[in-house]
Ligand binder design. Structure first.
Ligand code: HEM
Length: 365
């Protein structure tokens, strides 16, 4: 009896042209390496807020570059140049409004991201350095909002500048000189604040963001805090289901498109105001809402209140990973730190809400 001839293996189909192009690109850029596994909980909105902040930052930078083509930082022309952007440049009013609203969105999403990181104890070992980088970025975002307010050179912007100068003089020659006009006299201080707003601050934010992302990759997203811990308080994500990081990127892009849509609508409906040329010696405006809690403290204690309340806030944030030695990450097992945080947030909210009820006070006289 003769045995049946062995069947030849089916030939593998030749790769399609599209596949070949994609493989050639991947060979050079290594895009497939982005499909590494991340725990599934990283795809929820709360754990994607860092990515949503990054989208706000991108919108902010793109609109900022467009505005910089038409803005003039010369004090005599600054306010008029913003008005020209709004009335004479095609789409200028919308771009300015989108820049303003994406700055608000960045502030809000970064704060919410920080609250998530706090709530899930993700600033603990080994992520302390990334928390410090995050706090530094928050400080820079606060400075970007401040310098941006000055640039429009209306009464609100001018009074913000006077606070800048007052702070510089209070801090003295070594710490505060840069913030005063004398530092580079006769160059107008507005020009230096403009360079800080468009080059120094965004440059530092982007450099820190690169480090932030590298450390997220190195330490991996923190495991879900509800996972069981070993006796030393360590957790491992290995028991969690995973999804490719490319899926996470797609989720963030979807959140980002939704954010852009919402900001676009708000930008059309609520364009930011622009006052007329400032008058020196007057003080009657309020700062943007992000500074209201400090404004109340300043109403009570003057310029030192403004300086020391911010300093205390940032020192507390920087010290958090070193003060909180409890290895537990689940919020119910960290009652002390949760109560302190609640008191801080509650105080900031009350100080913010008080602003409309406070009588106007002079800080700069
Ligand atoms: C421009 C501002 C920021 C951007 C774009 C950003 C971006 C990100 C991204 C994409 C992640 C991955 C996880 C996630 O999306 O939740 C992350 C994680 C992290 N961020 Fe940020 N971040 C910013 C500011 C901050 C701030 C202000 C803090 C804290 C003060 C902070 C602390 C951390 C820490 C500790 C992690 C690791 C969290 C974990 O593994 O669960 N970040 N950040």
């Amino acid at each position: 009896m003769t045995s049946a001839p062995a069947q030849a293996p089916a030939p593998t189909p030749a790769p399609t042209r599209r596949r070949r192009v994609l493989d050639a690109i991947d060979e050079r850029l290594g895009i497939k390496a982005l499909a590494y596994p991340v725990p599934e909980h990283a795809n929820t909105l709360g754990w994607s807020l860092g990515g949503v902040s990054a989208v706000s930052l991108v919108i902010l930078i793109v609109t900022g570059i467009l505005l910089a083509q038409f803005y003039s930082p010369i004090p005599e022309d600054a306010n008029f140049s913003v008005r020209r952007i709004m009335t004479e440049v095609w789409g200028g009013g919308f771009v300015r409004s989108l820049h303003f609203w994406s700055a608000q969105a960045l502030y809000v999403t970064v704060f919410l991201h920080m609250i998530r990181v706090f709530f899930t104890g993700s600033y603990k070992k080994p992520r302390e350095a990334n928390w410090l980088i995050g706090v530094s970025m928050l400080g820079l975002i606060t400075l970007a909002l401040f310098t941006g307010t000055v640039l429009k050179w209306d009464q609100e912007g001018f009074e913000a500048l006077e606070h800048n100068v007052g702070t510089g003089r209070f801090l003295g020659a070594i710490a505060g000189a840069w913030f005063t006009p004398e530092f580079a006299d006769p160059l107008p201080i507005l020009i230096r604040l403009y360079s800080a707003h468009v080059v120094i601050i965004p440059g530092l934010i982007l450099a820190l963001l690169a480090l932030h992302a590298l450390l997220v990759k190195k330490h991996k997203i923190s495991p879900h805090p509800s996972l069981p811990t070993d006796p030393s308080g360590e957790q491992s994500s290995e028991q969690e289901p995973t999804a490719p990081f490319t899926h996470h990127l797609r989720r963030i892009s979807a959140f980002g498109v939704a954010l852009l849509g919402i900001l676009g609508i708000i930008a059309v409906l609520l364009p930011p105001a622009l006052g007329s040329q400032p008058v020196e010696g007057l003080e009657f405006t309020r700062p943007p809402w992000t500074y209201w809690w400090i404004f109340t403290v300043e109403n009570w204690f003057g310029l030192p209140g403004l300086i020391f309340s911010q300093l205390a806030f940032f020192v507390l944030l920087l010290a958090l990973p070193f003060l909180d030695r409890n290895p537990q990450r689940f919020w119910r097992r960290r009652p002390i730190v949760m109560i302190v945080a609640l008191i801080v947030v509650f105080t900031m909210i009350v100080l913010t809400l008080l602003v409309p009820f406070l009588p106007p006070a002079l800080h700069l006289a």
